[in-house]
Write a protein that binds this ligand. Structure first.
Ligand code: ZN
Length: 175
């Protein structure tokens, strides 16, 4: 008999059910937030990401560093790979990436290398964020691609509360 799947972790936060009719930033960030809840349920740091093109989601992923045992398995990296596979093209030129936390150095680099037209993140990260928080790769003087940035403000409180609650829980479990 194979081992049964471990039971999913309870996440005290419910998923969001945004109206399908209004495809605004809050809509897509709500889907990224739901991905983050899926991450929590798998005991991953709750960060989620979706990529949208022409009002449709073409990629959705959450942080999977622990389960994949892969330090590059951040939500943004996985979503960018999915989106490129979906389009059959590494250039994500007309796409917008939504992520619940500001991209780290690796993921910020990947947003530039994939030529995303826009990045919208919920929670700025002054420690590791490289799209305005700690530094801004998008403002490298000689870089020939820049993406439009929406830095914070879209579901920012909700996404921050999810992250803070997760780390509070982890500290309790560790103590
Ligand atoms: Zn990252």
């Amino acid at each position: 008999m194979p081992d049964p799947e471990p039971p999913p972790n309870d996440c005290p936060f419910p998923k969001r059910f945004p109206s399908q009719l209004v495809r605004d930033d809050a809509f897509f960030m709500s889907l990224a937030y739901n991905q983050a809840i899926d991450a929590w349920r798998r005991d991953e740091v709750p960060i989620g990401c979706v990529i949208a093109l022409d009002g449709e989601v073409i990629a959705a992923a959450h942080n999977a560093v622990e389960v994949n045992r892969d330090p590059t398995a951040h939500a943004e990296m996985l979503a960018i790979t999915q989106a490129a596979a979906h389009l059959g093209d590494w250039r994500l030129e007309r796409c917008t990436l939504y992520v619940t936390k500001e991209p780290c150095p690796m993921c910020s680099g990947a947003t530039l290398m994939s030529r995303l037209s826009r990045v919208c993140y919920a929670v700025p990260d002054p420690k590791m964020g490289c799209l305005g928080g700690a530094t801004n790769l998008n403002e490298l003087e000689r870089v020939n691609h820049r993406c439009e940035l929406t830095a914070g403000g879209v579901l920012e409180d909700e996404c921050r509360e999810l992250l803070q609650a997760f780390f509070r829980l982890k500290r309790t479990q560790a103590g």
